[in-house]
Ligand binder design. Structure first.
Ligand code: S3P
Length: 172
């Protein structure tokens, strides 16, 4: 009989643009699991981009959608879940999930993100405000995570670190 996995799901957390979605897609391919992205689910269900939701309905409304979405996803198992950068700030994540912090420095994030990707993120429009937000949030990411990966290296390099950790832990 196959042993029961230790965790229900893998949840990727970290600041905007740290690489959560790229990591999630790579893990999906390597682990043959379902990959879901909270922002994409919200955009599909609202038929609007995150930026438009912020602009037309406000951040508070977006946060309530995020909360409902993560709550619903937690009812299922065997998923790799990529979260928006604010989700773990406003919600405490289930202890039944393996929470991985994609831990990249602010300057690395800025260098990595093409202008088109920056434009999609309302809270990244003002660099000094975004840097202050990063400083406020990084402790919360660290507190919520079971595992923090140094994401200042290239994405393919640190994906291997995550995969080794997951395979060691019998996660899913
Ligand atoms: C946000 C991060 C974004 C998106 C929204 C708000 C945040 O997701 O959810 O723009 O508060 O950090 P990414 O982390 O995928 O950019």
């Amino acid at each position: 009989m196959k042993p029961k996995p230790v965790y229900d799901n893998i949840v990727l957390i970290g600041f905007m643009g740290s690489g959560k979605t790229s990591v999630g897609k790579a893990l999906k391919r390597q682990l043959y699991k379902k990959f879901v992205d909270v922002d994409t689910i919200i955009e599909t269900e609202e038929n609007a981009s995150v930026s438009d939701i912020f602009q037309n309905k406000g951040e508070e409304y977006f946060r309530s959608l995020e909360q409902k979405c993560i709550h619903r996803l937690m009812q299922n198992t065997g998923q790799i879940i990529s979260t928006g950068g604010g989700l773990p700030i406003y919600n405490s994540l289930s202890k039944k999930s393996l929470i991985i912090y994609i831990n990249a420095d602010f300057d690395v994030i800025l260098k990595r993100l093409p202008a088109k990707e920056r434009d999609k993120r309302p809270l990244l429009q003002n660099e000094s405000k975004a840097r202050a937000l990063f400083e406020q949030r990084k402790h919360i990411y660290e507190e919520q995570a079971n595992f923090s990966v140094d994401a200042n290296q290239s994405i393919p390099t640190f994906i291997h670190v995550i995969l080794d950790y997951i395979l060691d832990q019998r996660v899913l």
